[in-house]
Design a protein around this ligand. Structure first.
Ligand SMILES: C[S@@+](CC[C@H](N)C(=O)[O-])C[C@H]1O[C@@H](n2cnc3c(N)ncnc32)[C@H](O)[C@@H]1O
Length: 251
């Protein structure tokens, strides 16, 4: 956790032996880009997101180069651009669960359409290009990408193989619940933020405990709906995200 933006100096110069940064570098510095189409899971090489993502990662590595001692290590991973085709079923389920809530007036469509933080899922070659631009500071130890699944999918596979239908159904339910919990914890904050902006604008306001409980009940309901939708439309589908990893040594 960083108490201030990691696009700023964060710790004293030349003070760190090992730096770790997980699942965060896809957030771009210029959040005003968020009004544009979100590129979390779609990536083209030549748009403003790609250029901003390049500059941001160069800046991040230059800042960390001032903080990490010579011989020190920086390990990072971030969501990347390749799409596992089976993810589309899960994403449809997420969309459909929200559409149900919009139809019933539980969440405003206008807020759902604004759930767009400025994030960019890079391709491996785009990260490699940044490492080439920061070669004065950093020696590349390793840089690769791989798909990372939510943990626990092996249980679903085993239950499926067991031939015991009740056991299989329970495993499918548990899996749908785990996936729904993950999606709502990742996306719920963006939905709540968009709903707050719809209601109060960008000005600071005094939150009441009523608002906390209203938000909690919306998220709880979304999670239950998503569990049901996943069980129905994406049963036993493994959700896997592409990640780029790198390990660098400070020269
Ligand atoms: C997907 S979460 C990952 C959190 C944690 N690193 C982990 O692996 O569980 C991404 C986090 O990055 C934070 N973040 C985004 N942009 C940031 C920035 N410029 N400076 C510091 N934190 C940032 C977000 O607020 C969010 O908490």
């Amino acid at each position: 956790m960083s108490p201030i933006s990691f696009y700023k100096p964060s710790v004293p110069t030349n003070s760190i032996h090992v730096g770790l940064c997980f699942s965060s570098l896809h957030y771009l510095q210029k959040q005003e880009l968020s009004g544009q189409k979100s590129r979390t899971f779609a990536n083209t090489d030549d748009d403003i997101f790609a250029a901003a993502a390049h500059e941001d990662l160069v800046q991040f590595l230059q800042l960390r180069a001032a903080e990490i001692k010579s011989g020190g290590t920086l390990l990072a991973c971030m969501p990347a651009a390749r799409e596992d085709p089976s993810n589309l079923l899960c994403k449809e389920a997420v969309k459909n669960s929200l559409v149900g809530m919009i139809r019933e007036g539980k969440v405003p469509a206008s807020a759902v359409s604004k759930m767009r933080p400025a994030v960019f899922a890079r391709k491996l070659h785009q990260v490699e290009a940044v490492l080439a631009d920061t070669v004065d500071h950093w020696e590349k130890v390793a840089c690769w990408n791989d798909f990372v699944g939510l943990p626990g999918f092996a249980k679903v596979e085993a239950a499926k193989q067991s031939g015991d239908e009740a056991n299989h159904l329970q495993a499918s339910r548990d899996w749908a619940k785990a996936c729904a919990g993950w999606f709502v914890s990742v996306l719920g904050g963006f939905l709540m933020q968009a709903m707050r902006v719809e209601k109060f604008g960008n000005e600071a306001y005094d939150r009441s405990s009523d608002e906390d409980s209203i938000e909690k009940s919306i998220l709880d309901e979304w999670q239950i709906r998503l569990e049901q939708t996943m069980l129905q439309d994406a049963r036993d589908v493994e959700f896997r995200l592409d990640y780029v990893f790198f390990c660098l040594r400070r020269k």
